[in-house]
Ligand binder design. Structure first.
Ligand SMILES: *[C@@H]1O[C@H](CO)[C@@H](O)[C@H](O)[C@H]1NC(C)=O
Ligand SMILES: *[C@@H]1O[C@H](CO)[C@@H](O)[C@H](O)[C@H]1NC(C)=O
Ligand SMILES: *[C@@H]1O[C@H](CO)[C@@H](O)[C@H](O)[C@H]1NC(C)=O
Length: 329
């Protein structure tokens, strides 16, 4: 056995034993509302070759007239296999955000989620609740349907554990998309979204999941990207990316691990700094355009749409033909 195989086995054993293994797929946890963190089967046992590969492009912090064209430009020319436009998810803060711009993103099929009021990390359960409720209210006041605002992204990809999940439960949010991991990034170890029917799920690199159960509340993980030996949850943190080709490769190399693995959804985190560089923005756009053109079973969807598939899986051909959760707005 090669050394790195031994090492990854040891790592996996060490990681697994620190997690709660009492969740038993299909036994004490069944779809659509429960999924174990340690379940590596494709939902619905759809054969891997028939599993649609979902890419979730996610945005954070303030969204306004100064940056929305950069964001929209990333999807330019990319259409999903069912001929609906490629879309993403915007976890917005309130400060410096133009909610009319947010409404127009929602009108164009993008998902709206919440971060915090001013982009800083809430410190208590009460602050979490006030923050996520207030940002949602501001979007709803502008006409974004409340029932469609279901996701939370913690500032700095630093989930707030019990405080955050208590607030999410009180305010009826469905999922968190803040838990980054440098451990579950290999083709064989990539994880599917899971629920907190059993706590605490996996250890996040920053922050933490809740140490008590939140049945039916989901975690949609951010698996680290890797570039030239450096790992990063947010692409801006892979500082060696120096050309458009590097930016393309950064995303493509992680995408292909998902695609050639079990096809768990691939989350991309785009922060405001990233798109201010022309070559990073163009490499990202080129990546999205390329995977859509080259892979007939790859989709660029919102986190909410990805979760709907995990709850209600269908083979790629069915999704292409007629699958309401992925149809155009
Ligand atoms: C595992 O989860 C179950 C149910 O959530 C809980 O009762 C048990 O105490 C947990 N065990 C550990 C070791 O955390
Ligand atoms: C990749 O890493 C090596 C060793 O750290 C370094 O010498 C090289 O310049 C890096 N390449 C790029 C493109 O950053
Ligand atoms: C997928 O489509 C086929 C052919 O129309 C149908 O027989 C099958 O039941 C569908 N599967 C699911 C899970 O909807």
């Amino acid at each position: 056995m090669k050394f790195h195989h031994v090492l990854s086995l040891l790592l996996l054993t060490a990681v697994t034993s620190s997690q709660n293994t009492s969740c038993k797929p299909g036994d004490n946890c069944s779809p659509p509302d429960c999924r174990c963190w340690n379940d590596d089967a494709v939902p619905g046992n759809v054969p891997v070759k028939e599993t649609p590969q979902v890419i979730m492009v996610t945005f954070e912090y303030a969204v306004n007239k100064a940056n929305v064209d950069f964001y929209n430009g990333l999807f330019q020319g990319s259409v999903n296999p069912n001929n609906c436009p490629a879309v993403g998810t915007f976890f917005v803060q309130q400060t410096n955000t133009d909610m009319a711009v947010v409404k127009s993103l929602a009108d164009n099929g993008h998902e709206i989620g919440v971060m915090s009021i001013d982009g800083t990390l809430p410190a208590t359960g009460e602050q979490w609740r006030n923050n996520i409720a207030q940002v949602r209210s501001a979007a709803v006041a502008q006409g974004v349907p409340e029932a469609e605002i279901l996701g939370v992204r913690a500032p700095n990809l630093r989930p707030g554990g019990l405080d955050e999940f208590t607030a999410m439960a009180q305010e009826q949010f469905l999922y968190d998309a803040s838990c980054s991991t440098s451990k579950f990034v290999d083709q064989s170890s990539l994880l599917w979204p899971y629920t907190y029917d059993f706590a605490p799920g996996i250890d996040c690199d920053n922050g933490e999941g809740p140490e008590q159960e939140f049945p039916g509340k989901w975690q949609v993980l951010v698996a680290d990207l890797e570039f030239n030996g450096t790992k990063c949850a947010s692409p801006s943190a892979c500082t060696q990316v120096a050309t458009q080709r590097d930016a393309f490769d950064l995303f493509y190399n992680s995408f292909i691990k998902h695609y050639e693995g079990s096809r768990s959804p691939f989350m991309i985190v785009i922060n405001p700094q990233w798109v201010t560089y022309d070559f990073k923005r163009e490499g990202t756009r080129q990546f999205i355009e390329y995977v859509r053109a080259a892979f007939e079973d790859t989709w660029v969807l919102s986190v909410r749409q990805a979760l709907e598939w995990v709850r209600q899986p269908v083979p790629n051909a069915n999704a292409t033909a007629d699958y309401p959760p992925w149809s155009c707005v």
